[in-house]
Design a protein around this ligand. Structure first.
Ligand SMILES: [Zn+2]
Length: 95
């Protein structure tokens, strides 16, 4: 059981207030950057790994299912990128 592996080639920083979607541990998630420049999140508690694009997709899906309002003392940092929302049904009818 080699659970403690440390790649150590990239700086990994803990993200405060982030809950692991798998094991629900808070403040166990680290973020680092891939060789391809992709941001990776990894839970050091259970080893769950997720890329940022997967994360965004899942966030969007979760928001559709239920609008969770859980402010964590302004420590949430994953709302930096706002995705353009297309509002259907409000388009002006020009022709
Ligand atoms: Zn976890």
């Amino acid at each position: 059981m080699a659970e403690e592996y440390q790649p150590a080639k990239r700086p990994r920083r803990f993200i405060a207030g982030v809950v692991c979607p798998k094991c629900a541990e808070m403040d166990k998630t680290v973020m680092y950057t891939d060789d391809s420049g992709e941001e990776i999140r990894e839970c050091v508690a259970c080893g769950f790994v997720q890329t940022l694009s997967q994360q965004i997709e899942e966030d969007a899906r979760a928001e559709e299912l239920a609008t969770r309002v859980t402010p964590v003392d302004g420590k949430m940092i994953f709302d930096e990128e706002e995705k353009p929302l297309k509002i259907i049904g409000l388009e002006p009818k020009s022709e």
